[in-house]
Design a protein around this ligand. Structure first.
Ligand code: PEP
Length: 253
């Protein structure tokens, strides 16, 4: 089965509305029509409305949030609901990014609630998993990844899985300039797919897209995307520049 590559820009806490506009203006000129790749940008919450305004009326680039609450509404100061994201024009939400896990204490239980809330609202979760260097060096890689998948996908039905994107991001490769080798990434992504097969069956495992994330740059995107189990990228640093992100997108054609 052929899976459409999905390449997403995680802008993190960068790009105020004016900067998001300064990125999207040339980027949309470079990609005015739908491409062979699903392109997604994930601005901060405050830049979502500006980005949605600029993305309206085109279908080459989708809009994602970087996080959301699993609660529907109410007394949750500082939080944002799935319905709010839908209203502002999002189609995707990044969930369980390693920075959310390590800096804000998110665990698989809360990420699982968010996955359910996202799907209930008709949004596509981009679910991040990944091991630390200590876990990899300590022989815990497979255990950690299978625990993260089982925990964050608890109660999800096989029929819902094709609507979920998995982002495998080794924590030691995020923002460090140290990329997994294509062989390391392929071996691990094949393992991730095998866990999905164990949990949901072979057809689902074939259909689910698994992104790689961790210091992807224009210079290494080609050899990574050539791996059979890499179905796109989640890009941090190199997604802040429209030309650099555009090069990475083109690697996925
Ligand atoms: C990320 O934060 O998802 C990421 C992969 O960042 P970077 O590309 O900067 O390593």
């Amino acid at each position: 089965m052929s899976r459409k590559n999905i390449i997403a820009a995680n802008w993190k806490m960068n790009m105020a509305p004016s900067e998001a506009a300064a990125f999207l203006d040339p980027f949309l000129k470079a990609f005015p029509e739908p491409t062979p790749v699903e392109i997604v940008v994930a601005p901060s919450f405050v830049s979502l409305p500006k980005a949605a305004e600029l993305l309206a009326g085109q279908s080459a680039v989708g809009l994602s949030a970087q996080n959301m609450s699993h609660e529907k509404s109410g007394a949750f100061t500082g939080e944002t609901s799935a319905a709010m994201l839908v209203e502002v024009g999002c189609q995707y939400v990044i969930l369980g990014h390693s920075e959310r896990r390590s800096l804000y204490g998110e665990d698989d239980v809360v990420i699982n609630r968010k996955v359910h809330a996202t799907l209930a609202a008709g949004l596509v979760p981009i679910l991040c998993i990944g091991e630390s260097l200590e876990e990899r060096d300590g022989g815990q890689l497979e255990f950690v990844l299978s625990q993260q998948l089982e925990g964050s996908l608890a109660g999800i039905d096989a029929s819902q899985m094709p609507g979920i994107v998995i982002a495998y991001e080794p924590v030691w490769a995020i923002g460090t300039g140290r990329t997994a080798t294509p062989e390391q990434a392929q071996e691990t992504q094949a393992y991730v797919r095998s866990v999905i097969e164990r949990l949901f069956g072979g057809a689902v495992a074939e259909a689910v897209r698994i992104q790689y994330g961790g210091s992807v740059k224009p210079g290494n995107a080609g050899e990574l995307i050539a791996q059979p189990d890499i179905d796109g990228f989640l890009v941090g640093g190199a997604s802040l520049d429209p030309a650099s992100f555009g090069e990475i997108v083109k690697a996925g054609f």
